[in-house]
Design a protein around this ligand. Structure first.
Ligand code: C2E
Ligand code: CA
Ligand code: CA
Ligand code: CA
Length: 275
């Protein structure tokens, strides 16, 4: 706080005032965008190492702001969480993702990111069941990605919800493994089918011995525990070769494709499965 000469104390510097105003503006734009369902889902393929075929596509939420252009989900998802919008937005994402996957060939799965707020919400299992019913997608074609923050904000119901979802056939992946407070204890306590290795480790492959050692340890652990290991952020052939050497089961990243709109998934699959 500092005196501003008027005898009052100012608790905010002018910069933070305007930052606050910007944030308010973004909040009201987000509310308006949600009311108009002004979002899109993009999909990014995940490739199985053994077969070199696409096994799954991750749904990633996109918001195109009329003046700002694309706003990163890293910016608007936390806002939606604080505004209480993430539950309805998340249900929309689930339904859209299941509807898209229901049109894909064969056994291709879709992965949906879940906010810790959604996971703590009482209606999650019902919302998922409704999305599957409405779209006709089999439960074993839906994968949920959750981060460690889920474990930190864990409520007594979290574990029960995950067990229940697994019980109806869904797969559960731990996202961003190694980026936060990953603990082996959480891997043991929660019913994960898959561990997604944070892209910071992938980025170090080829240059950092430590990254290679960590990736090797994680893939080895996944193998022993019967879990799939997926490396995120694969951008180069060098990284891909290192991941193959370290026994990683799946890869995802710009090397294969950036996330694309639903309408481009068919062409994308044709290109990737022709490689
Ligand atoms: P995430 O779940 O870790 O998603 C992976 C992010 O890495 C995506 O960013 C993706 O576009 C980006 N990515 C993929 N391959 C590469 C690569 O080779 N190099 C680099 N540098 N980046 C790559 P995006 O789409 O901006 O999403 C950011 C985060 O926002 C996601 O991280 C996820 O935590 C969150 N998010 C996105 N969509 C949703 C959603 O529908 N619901 C929730 N709750 N969160 C979402
Ligand atoms: Ca994810
Ligand atoms: Ca991730
Ligand atoms: Ca992330």
């Amino acid at each position: 706080a500092k005196a501003d000469g008027s005898g009052c104390l100012r608790f905010f510097a002018p910069e933070s005032d305007s930052r606050m105003q910007q944030r308010r503006a973004l909040e009201s734009d987000l509310r308006r965008a949600w009311a108009a369902r002004d979002f899109q889902l993009f999909f990014q393929p995940i490739v199985e190492m053994k077969t070199r075929r696409v096994s799954c596509l991750e749904a990633l939420l996109r918001w195109h702001h009329p003046e700002r252009g694309w706003v990163s989900p890293e910016t608007f998802i936390p806002l939606a969480e604080e505004m209480g919008l993430i539950v309805p937005i998340g249900e929309w994402v689930l339904t859209e993702a299941c509807a898209a996957a229901a049109r894909w060939p064969g056994s291709l799965r879709v992965a949906v990111n879940l906010s810790p707020v959604q996971l703590a919400h009482i209606g999650l299992a019902e919302a998922i069941a409704a999305a599957l019913r409405r779209t006709g997608l089999a439960a074993n074609r839906l994968e949920l990605e959750i981060t460690e923050t889920v474990m930190m904000k864990e409520t007594p119901a979290t574990l029960a919800t995950l067990e229940r979802l697994k019980g109806i056939g869904l797969r559960i992946a731990m996202d961003d493994f190694g980026a936060g407070y990953s603990s082996l204890r959480n891997l043991q306590r929660f019913p994960f089918d898959k561990v997604k290795i944070d892209r910071a480790f992938t980025a170090g492959l080829g240059t950092s011995q430590q990254s290679a050692a960590i990736v090797r340890a994680v893939t080895g652990m996944c193998q022993s525990l019967g879990m799939v290991s997926t490396a995120e952020g694969v951008e180069t052939e060098t990284q891909l070769a290192a991941l193959a050497r370290e026994g990683c089961s799946e890869v995802q990243g710009y090397l294969f494709s950036k996330p694309v709109p639903a309408a481009q998934v068919g062409a994308l699959l044709a290109r990737l499965d022709g490689l």
